[in-house]
Write a protein that binds this ligand. Structure first.
Ligand code: GDP
Ligand code: IMO
Ligand code: MG
Length: 426
């Protein structure tokens, strides 16, 4: 059976959690393929909210095997806290499987993330300070510790001591910080975390392929989003992994021929947390209204998100980068009260019109949006569950986005709840 990818098409927080949960109903395995606890994926079931950071969003179903793939970076302390939270809410986490090849986030990664951001001052990236970048940097430098190292305390200790020699020198000499103690880290990771994590470690690549061979459905869940991608995003204001659909192949261990459906999760407007260019950003009361109506505050960090109109130029590029087969348009209800809604259909920079994303980032920094303005619908959509119940202006808005992006909208979100969605595809 083929695999499906869920990918964020903007700058994150599009509603991947809600739609992964929705699509997971028809799946057997849900694999997180990159990122770490910089993610915050929200699922709301019967008024109860689950904010997931590391555990795949399919975990709420009994029939799903949730898998943390090799492309993820794992802080075992956070993972255990998340499993405890889920267990307290009556969710069984014993089916969770973690790739032994996933890299471990260690306390020095978090320290380095914090101090490098501080040193960057006003040029800071605005990271989540979770140690994500430094962990992926160590992975690329081939000095990282992996989840499988927890299974062998002697090796874990050896690798940790080697890493700490360098990290402590950097922390002390460059950043004037206190050194970290190997014994303390061993006590936390080996004595406290290891007994909980070890039974969950496994050959996740084997698991995924056995499922595919048995005709089961596999869902590959992305974190972050296309324009936070290390290669394709607004570098350096990006995360340190590859959220794009191609990252699902490396981060889960499947070849591209297995993937036949790529669902691009897209907010009906745009948001971004942290620094970096944002052509359609609204710094006025319209932007504030989007924050208020959309509750645009970070799921984990609580940071206020930046808001702006829908950007079709970005989406056209996301469609190319990810081979999007369909869109799931989320938070359409947030636009309910607007008299008119705008869509950026092109950029203008130095007298030139760009309908595709300019390849040089300095153009993006000075791009001003060219807008089309459409009538609003002025109707509460939160209870709408069928396409024909959508007001004509809302239908026209969605059809306009489809036409501009060149990808059909299959699902529409009209509220945070699990049941607040409709099928738009004719
Ligand atoms: P993710 O990181 O992509 O999973 O998204 P987040 O969970 O960080 O942020 C999306 C927020 O929007 C969460 O609070 C969701 O509960 C909420 N949400 C998701 N879909 C909808 C929708 O269609 N309408 C509204 N009003 N809220 C939604
Ligand atoms: P989900 O999966 C929104 C942003 C940070 C920062 C940049 C780099 O919930 O959509 P990092 O800590 O990854 O080194 O930070 O990326 N960022 C996110 N923004 N949603 C996320 O995840 C994000 N994960 C990271 O704000 O700008
Ligand atoms: Mg989020």
């Amino acid at each position: 059976m083929p695999a499906t990818v869920v990918v964020g098409t903007q700058w994150g927080d599009e509603g991947k959690g809600k739609f992964t949960d929705l699509v997971a109903k028809e799946m057997h395995l849900v694999v997180r393929y990159q990122g770490g606890h910089n993610a915050g994926h929200t699922i709301v079931v019967d008024g109860e909210s689950f904010a997931l950071q590391l555990v795949p969003s399919g975990v709420l179903y009994d029939h799903i095997t949730p898998v943390i793939g090799n492309g993820v970076v794992v802080d075992p302390r956070v993972l255990i806290a998340e499993m405890d939270m889920l267990e307290r809410k009556g969710i069984d986490t014993s089916r969770l499987r973690i790739s032994g090849n996933a890299h471990l986030i260690l306390p020095y990664h978090q320290e380095i993330d914090k101090v490098t951001e501080r040193y960057l001052g006003r040029n800071k990236i605005g990271t989540t300070k979770r140690g994500i970048g430094p962990t992926y940097a160590d992975k690329a430098s081939r000095v990282g510790l992996r989840v499988q190292d927890l299974q062998d305390p002697k090796i874990f200790r050896q690798k940790l001591e080697a890493a700490l020699r360098e990290k402590n020198a950097v922390l002390a000499k460059v950043y004037n910080q206190l050194p970290l103690d190997a014994e303390e880290i061993c006590a936390e990771y080996l004595d406290v975390c290891r007994p909980r994590i070890e039974p969950l470690i496994g050959d996740t690549v084997g698991l995924v392929h056995e499922a595919l061979e048995a005709g089961q459905h596999v869902l590959l869940e992305g974190a972050q989003a296309t324009f936070l991608d290390l290669d394709h995003g607004t570098y350096p204001f990006v995360t340190s992994s590859n959220p794009v659909a191609g990252g699902a192949c490396t981060g889960a261990g499947v070849g591209p021929r297995h993937i036949d459906r790529v669902i691009g999760i897209t907010k009906a407007y745009t948001t971004r947390v942290g620094s970096g260019p944002f052509p359609t950003e609204l710094l006025d009361e319209v932007g504030d209204l989007l924050i208020d109506r959309g509750h645009e505050f970070g799921t984990n960090t609580g940071r206020r998100r930046r808001t702006g109109w829908f950007d079709a130029v970005m989406l056209r590029h996301a469609a190319r980068l990810n081979s999007l087969s369909e869109l799931a348009l989320t938070k359409l209800d947030v636009l309910d009260t607007f008299e008119t809604v705008k869509v950026c259909v092109a950029y203008e920079a130095d007298g030139e019109i760009h309908t595709q994303l300019p390849y040089h980032q300095s153009v993006l920094h000075k791009a001003t949006p060219v807008y089309e303005e459409l009538p609003g619908w002025g109707v509460d959509l939160s209870g709408v569950t069928e396409r024909r119940a959508l007001p004509a202006a809302a239908r026209d808005y969605v059809a306009f986005l489809e036409e501009q992006v060149g990808v059909p909208v299959n699902l529409i979100g009209v509220g945070p709840g699990r049941d607040q969605f409709l099928h738009f595809a004719a």
